[in-house]
Design a binder for this molecule. Structure first.
Ligand code: SF4
Length: 287
């Protein structure tokens, strides 16, 4: 069965009444990580814990060895004090973490580079209404694709490069926001395609026990139809070479903060380079 992955807050009763589903559990409380891991995996499978607290810095988090083996994506505002974070590096590296910082303020893009160079999987995310420094983001993208020195993955660059052969790529998947992969669910098990609809009580979708292959096929048609609306009228996105890897994700910023077209067009070249280099790697003999 190829059901969507369910995103919900931590609702023990819902988890106990469900079985055979994959869950992303959202929380702002690290004290719950172990309970979430144990309870979800009783009858279901934990895809990831989605920890998001934009009032926090990475350095303020008390990373614990007890979290070993738990997949966790961490979304916080800034790195914080490097000298406070460095003593925790050993533990951080031993955990199954991906650390995300927003593109704003600019210093975050340097912090992401530092974390990646220290071997920590990381990523950049974008907050609606916050201006992106395209030139610095371009530097980070170049660092990820072209630097020879060993460094850890940076999202969403890796996701885009790995899916480059697809006709169009929705990189919001790395933020658990992709209508063909994830579905949002309230404490009663009622699903919704978007988090906004779920919060507004505009559900009307299926109960998690009713999800099946047909759901996915129908949603795929809706998704493809929405994508094609981009080409109904001539606009910056409909003539943008980078559209297939951006899907108009930054259309609200185009007028006051242009630069996205150049950025995504350069990323097309970087993805070609990434995939060619990967193909040309010599096969090692097995030892
Ligand atoms: S890069 Fe900019 S112009 Fe191109 S598709 Fe994305 S938002 Fe539209």
């Amino acid at each position: 069965m190829n059901n969507p992955i369910i995103i919900s807050d931590f609702y023990p009763e819902l988890l106990q009444s469900s079985s055979g589903n994959a869950f992303v559990i959202k929380t702002t409380n690290p004290e719950l990580f172990q309970d979430i891991y144990k309870l979800v995996n009783q009858n279901n499978k934990l895809h990831c814990i989605y920890f998001s607290d934009l009032s926090k810095s990475l350095s303020s988090i008390d990373f614990k060895p007890e979290w070993t083996g738990i997949p966790i994506s961490v979304f916080v505002r800034v790195l914080g004090e490097l000298k406070q974070l460095l003593p925790k590096l050993g533990i951080i590296r031993s955990l199954n973490l991906r650390l995300f910082l927003p593109a704003h303020p600019d210093e975050n893009l340097t912090s992401i580079k530092i974390l990646s160079s220290l071997g920590i999987p990381t990523g950049v995310f974008f907050i609606k209404g916050e201006k992106i420094n395209w030139s610095l983001l371009n530097d980070l993208m170049y660092y990820y694709f072209y630097t020879i020195n060993k460094h850890a993955d940076i999202e969403p660059f890796k996701y885009i490069a790995d899916h480059y052969h697809h006709t169009h790529i929705n990189f919001n998947a790395v933020y658990f926001n992709h209508p063909l992969k994830y579905i949002f669910c309230n404490k009663f098990g009622i699903t919704s395609l978007t988090e906004a609809n779920l919060n507004d009580g505009k559900n009307g979708d299926l109960h998690i026990s009713e999800l099946n292959e047909n759901w996915k096929n129908e949603k795929k048609l809706d998704f493809e139809r929405d994508l094609m609306l981009n080409f109904k009228h001539l606009n910056a996105c409909s003539v943008c070479p980078g559209w297939r890897i951006c899907l108009s994700a930054f259309k609200e910023q185009i007028e006051e903060n242009p630069g996205c077209t150049d950025f995504f067009t350069e990323m097309l070249d970087a993805c070609e380079f990434y995939n060619k280099t990967r193909q040309n790697k010599p096969e090692l003999c097995s030892l």
